[in-house]
Design a protein around this ligand. Sequence first.
Ligand SMILES: [Zn+2]
Length: 152
Amino acid sequence: MSRNKERGMHKVAEILRSAGIRPTAQRIAIAQYVLREADHPTAEDVKAHLDRVFPMVSTATVYNTLNALVEHGLIRAIKFPHADAAIYDQKMHHHYHFLDEPSGRLYDVDPADVQVKPQLGATCEITEVDVLIRGRLIDPGLSGPSTTVSPT
Ligand SMILES: [Zn+2]
């Protein structure tokens, strides 16, 4: 294990501890991946990654840990209509998503770059607006949409 990665693991352990989650080796490995390395993974993606770096972690442990991370506000679980499984997002600030349909990859989109003006009248109170923009990258060699989502 590289020194940088080892330092990262210590930091992840601290994040878990301060969220009130006991940092076992398995939980650290799961959180390290979801919080630091992965990009909108599903639970299946997390399990597949764990099978490579930390074999013998059960699917139940993966789900329980992901649920604990969601409950403690470290990640969000988002269900999109295009996929059966929820995806996990470590970016907790409000943002939209662009789906590159050929690759299935999700990109973060700054809500300031999308104009959504619901005209629902006075009978509804809107608590949140989720937007999934579908399309394809014109040049897959380039990185995603030219929008920057600033972390809070
Ligand atoms: Zn996102």
